[in-house]
Design a protein around this ligand. Structure first.
Ligand SMILES: Nc1ncnc2c1ncn2[C@@H]1O[C@H](COP(=O)(O)OP(=O)(O)OP(=O)(O)O)[C@@H](O)[C@H]1O
Length: 278
């Protein structure tokens, strides 16, 4: 990856949160990571492993205790964090979107038309005068996402963006983020949902404040070598339960079925079964 443009980089970064005890709580130790332009990085790990700390560090909201972070200052960094209320500055949807750069240069009608387009990109069709505090958690998260996508950021950091959403809204969000990615936005997607790993161009496994895995989704779920595949995988080593598709593939492999493709989603599972042999 030598010549690829780096959007953000962490070098030997450690984070210690202050607590009542003198030594504090060490959340990260020596985390080094380059984020390259055009990536869709999925960060996955168990509760408390330090994933949200990565989101707030990249967005400049949480300082490092040691080490270094370099951000490409020409890129806009935007994020959608776990607690959507914490990100609001306005009282209504309209007020919130009025903070978007460029909005004040538009006429009232142009502005409203733009805001409706922004909201519909994430599947929302709410009245602009709606008070933010009356929205559901999922709707709030979608408003934050809509505002983040509207500026076409260089880097978009999403901390469990689908946690509060129903399946239809989850699909809508993945679609909207895919479109932003196709337009050139680099994505850091932090999640608990293993099915969201399949979207990644690179997976980062996070365990106890350290990077435990860095590679492609198939390597994360199935391991890097065939011999070890059925014993241990980077996914199982993090204590995470594999998704249904991966478990089914393992079941078939254990029965001696030879799969030409190690599937990541239902379509691939169908293809793997159709082309398998004993
Ligand atoms: N402001 C803080 N002060 C003290 N400890 C904190 C603070 N924020 C996070 N922590 C602790 O740091 C550790 C990592 O937290 P973080 O939220 O980064 O993990 P996570 O992997 O995102 O967890 P989850 O998946 O549950 O959201 C946890 O043990 C948490 O309790």
């Amino acid at each position: 990856m030598g010549n690829r443009e780096i959007v953000a980089s962490l070098q030997r970064a450690s984070v210690v949160y202050r607590t009542a005890s003198e030594e504090g709580r060490r959340v990260w130790s020596d985390v080094s990571l380059n984020i390259y332009k055009g990536e869709w990085l999925v960060v996955i790990g168990p509760n408390g492993s330090g994933k949200s700390t990565l989101a707030s560090t990249l967005l400049g909201l949480s300082p490092l205790s040691s080490g270094e972070m370099v951000r490409n200052e020409q890129k806009q960094f935007r994020g959608v964090l776990q607690l959507p209320d914490a990100q609001f500055v306005g009282e209504t949807i309209q007020e919130e979107l009025d903070y978007l750069p460029g909005s004040q240069e538009l006429t009232r009608d142009e502005r409203q038309a733009w805001y409706r387009r922004i909201l519909s990109a994430v599947g929302l069709s709410l009245p602009l005068e709606r008070t933010l505090s009356t929205l559901s958690g999922g709707q709030k998260q979608l408003v934050n996402l809509a505002a983040a996508l509207a500026v076409e950021p260089g880097l978009l950091v999403l901390d469990e963006p689908t946690a509060m959403l129903d399946p239809a809204a989850r699909k809508e969000v993945r679609q909207a983020v895919r479109q932003a990615h196709q337009r050139g936005t680099t994505i850091v997607w932090i999640t608990h949902r293993l099915e969201e790993v399949a979207d990644a161009t690179r997976v980062i496994g996070f365990g106890e404040g350290r990077i435990t895995f860095e590679g492609e989704p198939r390597g994360f779920f199935y391991g890097e070598t065939e011999e070890k595949m059925l014993e241990k995988t980077p996914c199982s080593e993090l204590g995470l339960d594999s998704p249904y598709v991966v478990k089914t593939a393992f079941g078939l492999l254990q029965q001696g079925v030879k799969l030409r493709l190690l599937p990541l989603d239902m379509d691939e599972l169908g293809e793997a079964v159709a082309t398998s042999c004993r």
